[in-house]
Design a protein around this ligand. Sequence first.
Ligand code: PRP
Length: 370
Amino acid sequence: MVGEDAIKNGECTDIYFRRVVEVMERDGINPHVAMEVTAAALPDPWGVFCGLDDVINLLEDLPVDVDAMPEGSVFSRNEPVLRISGRYRDFAVYETAILGFLCHASGVASAAAHIRLAAGGRPVFSFGSRRQHPAIAAMIERAAWIGGADAASNTCAPDGIPLAGTMPHAFIMCYPEQEDAWLAFAQGAGPEVPRIMLADTFSDEADEAVRAAACGATAVRLDTPRSRRGDMRAIIEEVRWELDVNGYPDVKIFLSGGLTRAEVAAYRDVADAFGVGGAIANAPVIDFAMDIVEMKGRPYAKRGKRSSTKQVYDLPGGRRLVLPARTPAPKGAVPLLAPCIKNGVALVRPKMEDARERVLSRLSTLAGED
Ligand SMILES: O=P(O)(O)OC[C@H]1O[C@H](OP(=O)(O)OP(=O)(O)O)[C@H](O)[C@@H]1O
């Protein structure tokens, strides 16, 4: 397992960085550069920037300056989200970890944000830490929550993130009948635990849902196997109908099981809440690259990249503008990239609560763009 110390010491890197740093050392080459982290393409029109906390922890104490958008900022392609200025050899080996932190966390946060929008106000719970290596469960849940998940299921989620979960099928199967399991849960789980009962283990969802409601369920979870789904919308509507006519109009319907963003959007008018695993935790990473944009204080870039350090501005009306950093700010424009590290001294410690708030306040304006 790669530990935090190995990452902090620059040991978790691509071998070519070590080799070229050795060559440059021998030649006495160590120019001052500015490098920017930018995505040239995105899976959606916008993403959510996440992972800055890890980058600050990694780069503080190095002789570099770091400027970045605040965590939880919504960004578009070709907008630099982070800039590092310093002598190349002093931070070259960290590129691998910097990009790894940002690409993965931003991918998860972006997926969570898009799924939150798709849910149209229904709660979304992050159930996907089981889809990833357990060593990164806290990172997955943090990014999912920043992106807009309402709670997370993994008990290693950072303090402050609400935990949510229901019951596994194995629990139902360990009792003689479903009723025995539902009643045991209703009577035995702590008072703070919502009585959300699985209602799809052995028989039809409409049948099990009504039986679970009779055992004290406040919500039923439908985790219907793919092989049985047929018309899932019709199944959910039928469950709702049977709960209503049998006197359980307040019992909610909780949906889970391999849900995609499209399915969340398709069922948001008939389901009350969603448990989403892989569609958040296995989200495609954001394809960030880290490129030199200035060499010894002068604009300089490889082909396909835009030279010069840049600033990203929020303009009135929700528009965005990217300008060379030396260009004066347009009137009323709010610069997004701000100093995070000054010559190795960390100036900010991103708080996940602030990052999440930043995402949520932007999502309402982005609803029409998904
Ligand atoms: O399917 P995902 O969206 O990735 O989300 C994670 C899934 O894991 C659990 O089911 P599973 O059938 O594995 O276990 P359970 O029987 O314990 O519920 C949970 O009920 C979700 O359906």
